[in-house]
Design a protein. Structure first.
Length: 402
């Protein structure tokens, strides 16, 4: 038989970027946008490793290429050249696990295991809920590397169930790979609801269909602060979702807790979470209503008001309007506070900076005409640490009023 020529080996995908992007990458920024590309030797596939060279043709960085996203390269490594083999990936994951090792005791088995770019896994998040790991992908560039990632997680979390969650923008592309949102990749999660514990409190996480990965783990530290302030207080938890703040307030000795949300499904979950913790004795009331309308119309007073809305600025063009909305929301909450009451106002809008948000709430406090003092400001919990500006979305402020 005649010799069959071997298929030609594809050349390495090589990129050059603008001087500004080069400086950002060199400083450790993990994103390169399509608009920053200046040269590319060939077309690239989603998930292909692309090497970025500087203007002197020296290695600058290597990252995951995504031809269908304006965020064209998510940087995995920059500086000196490195071989991204199995040992490299394993070491990167072990660094993330080691970072969390001292954070939680045996009373907490729900937390973030891998926080995307800030742990060196751009576009990938892993959350733990008891014996279930939820892997969420935000870019199709992870599809070719998913098997390796799942293998590394299975080695470190044996016998755990593994669930795949996908951002909406990549779900159509995922179906071409035989993947779908809410896919069970290993183990069992029963009906899709997993019970886990956070500082001893039991919660359910809807890992197959719930928002994010099934629960909002990022507010843990602020929930603990609410617990500290709650004793003897009438508490309003607005935008309560599944009642995280409500349960902490009850454990802190609140006199009465109201969970307020527009979603009946969320309030049902809050009631189930409360029932999972029979030691909680504070009366728990659920109210289904639009928070903005209810706050403006109610005449009820509270001693602790928690305002934790969903993002009010999902894009940069909404930033100014969101800042005004945060101020109005805080003003409405302040009007419902009795003498000595405490306001917790939080934001998860990445397009609104912490100072912009805090100033909006402080402005509402000043305009109320009441004397007030700032108790605390906070940003990200240590398992949700943010290493670059665009990742810094969470902020909160506690204010007490005379």
């Amino acid at each position: 038989m005649p010799d069959v020529p071997a298929a030609p080996t594809r050349s390495r995908l090589r990129l050059r970027v603008s001087p500004a992007a080069e400086a950002h990458v060199r400083a450790g920024h993990p994103w390169v946008y399509e608009s920053s590309l200046r040269a590319q030797n060939r077309d690239g596939d989603a998930g292909e490793l692309a090497v970025i060279y500087d203007r002197r043709d020296r290695f600058l960085a290597i990252g995951l290429f995504d031809p269908d996203s304006p965020l064209r390269v998510r940087v995995l490594h920059q500086g000196t050249p490195a071989t991204l083999d199995d040992a490299w990936w394993a070491a990167r994951l072990d660094e993330a696990l080691l970072r969390r090792a001292p954070l939680f005791g045996p009373d907490t088995d729900g937390y973030r295991v891998v926080n995307g770019e800030s742990d060196g896994f751009p576009g990938l998040v892993v959350d733990r809920y008891a014996s279930t790991l939820v892997v969420k992908l935000y870019t199709a560039a992870w599809f070719p590397h998913l098997k390796r990632m799942l293998g590394l997680l299975a080695e470190r979390f044996p016998e755990f169930a593994l669930v795949l969650r996908l951002s909406r923008n990549i779900q159509a592309r995922a179906r071409e790979e035989g993947l779908f949102d809410g896919q069970l990749l290993a183990g069992s999660v029963g009906s899709g609801t997993v019970v886990f514990h956070e500082t001893g409190l039991a919660f359910e996480a809807e890992v197959l269909r719930g928002q994010k990965t099934g629960f909002f783990l990022d507010q843990r530290d602020n929930r603990r602060r609410v617990e500290k302030y709650a004793r003897g207080r009438r508490v309003l938890n607005a935008f309560s979702f599944s009642g995280g703040f409500s349960l902490y307030a009850a454990r802190g000795g609140a006199a009465h807790v109201v969970s307020l949300d527009i979603s009946a499904h969320a309030l049902d979950s809050a009631e189930r979470n409360y029932a999972l913790n029979p030691k909680l004795t504070a009366p728990h009331e659920t109210v289904q209503a639009d928070v903005f309308e209810w706050l403006a119309e109610t005449d009820r007073d509270f001693d602790l008001v928690i305002l934790d809305p969903p993002s009010l600025a999902r894009r940069e063009t909404e930033r100014a309007g969101a800042i005004r909305a945060y101020g109005k929301l805080a003003a409405d909450g302040i009007r419902r506070l009795a003498q000595g009451g405490i306001l917790l106002s939080a934001s998860c809008s990445a397009h609104v900076t912490a100072e912009e948000f805090w100033d909006a709430v402080r402005g509402a406090a000043t305009r109320s005409g009441r004397k007030w003092r700032e108790l605390h400001t906070s940003q990200h919990a240590p398992d949700h640490h943010a290493t670059f500006a665009e990742a810094q979305y969470l902020k909160a402020i506690f204010i007490q009023f005379d």
